[in-house]
Design a protein around this ligand. Structure first.
Ligand SMILES: NC(=O)c1ccc[n+]([C@@H]2O[C@H](COP(=O)([O-])OP(=O)(O)OC[C@H]3O[C@@H](n4cnc5c(N)ncnc54)[C@H](OP(=O)(O)O)[C@@H]3O)[C@@H](O)[C@H]2O)c1
Length: 395
């Protein structure tokens, strides 16, 4: 807490979908009267980053991309806002003294700065699931040793966090992650084979960044969430279920040994989970849409189809194999995602790439250090690139 009594916060990835929603929640809860914004970071959207820095009074604004540094400096000339660029500056932003950090950089790029924040004991609001998927136990250990709290922001994990009763972890039988099913829920594999990134990014319920939207369409996002859940809630793989729930109203559930199932419900709006993570254990008063049950009328559920959506099967494989398979699956999928967006491979090939890289690296044991995590991540990316190049040659 600052001397002024304000809560000191940083937002890693402030220019993204979660970042923008976080600043909206911060404003709803008092803005500059209640919060001191220590650092915000972006990558390519310099205009928005500069506007955000000015309007929230950030002390530091960082772009991860050094080629945008001059533009950021120009945009903030005449203010007393410090500017910086590059990977080290991003890590420094995570390390700056603040009470709470929103981890909302997309992909593995978010790992190092979030880890820095965890190590110094900040409370971490975790939207970046890749931290747990890639670094799992090492990341959890860093948070524990730092002494801060790890509060999930992914709506599913926030729902589970909210449905877990204190001191009843021993009575948790299973968790049930809900999945909307994405835009291709009812499509055949033949129909999915030819889709473009433009079609795949149109999520039926949630408004999100490009990567998570496309990963939701392939259900890789759910696969990452299964691994995220294992580490967040210390679960066995057989305790993690997925159910398709097209309305995205039940955000996830916890099943207990007495047969009870506790769930958290709400309109699909990330600001609820962000607000909860910001004010935990209190609940904030937020201007978000309320559920109208009469209008909703029904809630539907379907078993997920692991043939049409092999990402779910790959997540189970990664969970069973352990080792660095989470980091490998995540890195390979990230490379495959970029290749799909560039039109180099088809939608269905993303899972093929991830599976081939996972199989090739299945003997690798658990990482004992972060350097080993980064090495596995690098190797998986290289292997994925090679597989994609071969796919292109064969096409
Ligand atoms: N959106 C959601 O509703 C939602 C829900 C649950 C979980 N999540 C998770 O939250 C994270 C963020 O998702 P999002 O949808 O907000 O993503 P997004 O809209 O794509 O925003 C990503 C943020 O990361 C920055 N960024 C991109 N590449 C970077 C790099 N190489 N180094 C540093 N910063 C980089 C972007 O900067 P620029 O925009 O300036 O380029 C932006 O600030 C993801 O891990 C996602 O899985 C998102």
């Amino acid at each position: 807490m600052a001397e002024t009594g304000k809560r000191r916060i940083s937002i890693l990835g402030s220019t993204g979908s979660i970042g923008v929603n976080t600043l909206d929640v911060v404003n709803q809860l008092g803005g500059r009267d209640a919060f001191e914004v220590v650092a915000i970071t972006g990558n390519t959207n310099i205009q928005l980053l500069a506007e955000q820095a000015k309007s929230c009074g950030a002390k530091l604004a960082v772009t991860a991309d050094e080629t945008h540094y001059a533009a950021l400096k120009d945009a903030l000339a005449g203010t007393d806002i410090e500017t910086a660029a590059g990977r080290e500056a991003l890590i420094d932003a995570g390390g700056r003294d603040s009470d709470w950090v929103m981890a909302a950089i997309v992909g593995t790029a978010g790992l190092a700065p979030t880890l820095e924040a965890a190590k110094r004991g900040a409370d971490i609001a975790l939207a970046n699931k890749e931290c747990l998927v890639s670094a799992g136990d090492l990341f959890v250990k860093a948070v524990e040793e730092g002494g801060g709290q790890l509060i999930p922001v992914d709506s599913e994990h926030s729902a589970i966090f909210q449905s877990l009763e204190d001191d009843q972890h021993h009575a948790v039988e299973r968790i049930v992650l809900t999945a909307s099913g994405g835009p291709f829920r009812t499509w055949t594999r033949e129909q999915m084979a030819g889709v473009t990134a433009e079609v795949a990014r149109a999520h039926p319920n949630w408004s999100m960044g490009l990567k998570i939207s496309i990963s939701s369409a392939s259900m890789f996002n759910k696969a990452l969430e299964m691994i995220e859940a294992k580490h967040l809630f210390n679960l066995r793989p057989d305790q993690i279920e997925v159910i398709v729930h097209p309305q995205s109203v039940i955000h996830s559930m916890v099943g207990y040994t007495d047969g009870s199932v506790l769930a958290q419900l709400g309109c699909p709006d990330m600001r609820t989970a962000i607000g909860y993570a910001l004010t935990y254990p209190d609940r904030p008063k937020l201007d978000v849409e309320r559920l109208d049950f009469a209008k909703l009328a029904r809630l539907d559920f379907e078993a997920p189809d692991e043939v049409r959506f092999p990402a779910l099967r790959l997540a189970r494989t990664a969970l069973q194999r352990g080792g660095v398979q989470g980091a490998v699956m995540n890195a390979a999928e990230e490379i495959a995602f970029h290749a799909f967006c560039a039109g180099r491979i088809g939608f269905l090939s993303m899972a093929d790439v991830a599976e081939q890289v996972m199989d090739a690296m299945q003997e690798r044991g658990a990482a004992g250090t972060m350097d080993e995590v980064f090495a596995a991540d690098d190797e998986a990316r290289r292997r994925a690139g090679e597989i994609i190049a071969r796919m292109e040659m064969a096409a």
